[in-house]
Design a protein around this ligand. Structure first.
Ligand code: SF4
Ligand code: SF4
Length: 365
């Protein structure tokens, strides 16, 4: 959960969420500068049996540094056991309902599946009642998600999806075939990014034009996801009590989108894809940049800024990237033009040039 740092705000939010029927809480060993699990545990004190708790940890990527915070030191089974122990301690519980590999890819899957490695450790923990189900979260391509599912080792999958991607034909942008594959295998699907990282919380003229009868984009975004067979639940980072109340209301009063509404949504998304054809897919293969430039994030903000006419929001986010948040600074001006990223980009984007253009667009008055 993307919780506010102050426990006197976060705890009542969590308790309100449970009161309103929200029963799936997703956290991570590394979220919120490592404090998310502690906050979730605190908020759920005495309510443990009414909810599902999910937490996760990364397997190290061979040639990549980790995100901020605690990650397994060497991705051995022993180390994963220690990370799980630490998570249970922070959560104040003796079991989690879901434990997921954080950011699993086809490339780093062999690390997870190694003999006596992380998966074996988690299976052992499952046998001892510390874990209910083993799953993974991923930003990999649809094709690779299906291959990961086909190992038959996972009971849940958390992937990124929202209305804006429904018309996408590139693998990253449209995980729907993987979601359907998971459904057929009986694997639970959790959706992250239901609001496109906050974009759908901002009034988008184009979207309103396509769905004029929609009173709230947030409602539409959730209705879209809840209408897709195979999606078990969307998860949404909530930072205010009003987010909790709004999301719970939408879920409890939700009606599936009709066939014609779904068609309209697709029409909007196809229009979006046509506009974004030449842009970054957010795959992250160019990361990490030795200078810390968060390339996919810069391009995402560039897209928002140029396509949707929500410049103010995009520029504010970019200012934060320049100033540095929990993950540090990551704006385009840090680039020293070394060119390493371009060799790794499957879209063959001229990253160095496009970063300059993005910086200029996102800092213009
Ligand atoms: S060219 Fe710039 S963005 Fe790319 S890896 Fe080098 S410093 Fe980072
Ligand atoms: S710049 Fe290229 S490699 Fe980096 S996230 Fe975008 S598409 Fe992927």
């Amino acid at each position: 959960m993307r919780l506010p740092p102050n426990n006197s705000i976060a705890t009542p939010m969590i308790r309100k969420a449970v009161e309103l029927g929200i029963n799936y809480f997703e956290t991570s060993a590394t979220y919120c500068q490592n404090r998310s699990e502690i906050q979730v545990g605190l908020g759920l004190k005495g309510l443990r049996d009414s909810v599902y708790i999910s937490t996760k940890s990364h397997v190290n990527r061979k040639d990549q540094t980790s995100f901020s915070g605690r990650v397994p030191k060497d991705s051995s089974g022993e180390d994963f056991k220690n990370v799980l122990k630490e998570s249970l301690h922070k959560l104040g519980t003796d079991r989690v309902d879901f434990y997921q590999f954080h950011g699993l890819t086809l490339e780093n899957l062999p690390i997870a599946l190694a003999e006596e490695g992380p998966l074996d450790a988690l299976k052992d923990a499952k046998d001892h009642g510390q874990i209910g189900h083993i799953g993974f979260t991923s930003h990999d391509t649809t094709e690779n998600l299906i291959k990961i599912l086909d190992t038959g080792e996972f009971e849940s999958m958390t992937v990124y999806h929202n209305i804006l991607q429904t018309g996408g034909h590139r693998p990253y942008e449209n995980p729907l075939p993987a979601i359907e594959h998971a459904r057929k295998m009986g694997v639970g699907v959790i959706i992250m990014g239901p609001l496109g990282g906050g974009i759908l919380g901002i009034p988008i003229e184009d979207l309103r034009k396509f769905i004029p009868e929609t009173s709230s984009q947030v409602e539409l975004a959730f209705r879209y996801l809840l209408s897709i067979q195979g999606i078990t639940t969307p998860i949404s980072g909530m930072t205010r009590m009003s987010d909790v109340e709004e999301n719970a209301k939408i879920a409890s009063e939700y009606k599936p989108l009709s066939r014609s509404e779904m068609k309209t949504v697709k029409k909007f998304a196809l229009n979006y894809v046509a506009l974004t054809e030449r842009f970054c897919t957010g795959c992250g293969y160019c990361q990490p940049c030795p200078q810390g430039v968060r390339i996919p994030e810069v391009f995402r903000l560039m897209n928002i800024n140029s396509i949707y006419g929500v410049e103010k929001w995009a520029k504010e986010q970019y200012t934060r990237l320049r100033q540095g948040g929990p993950l540090g600074r990551g704006s385009a001006e840090l680039c020293i033009q070394c060119g390493q990223c371009e060799k790794k980009c499957p879209q063959k984007i001229s990253i160095r040039d496009d970063l300059k253009k993005a910086h200029s667009a996102l800092t213009s008055a």
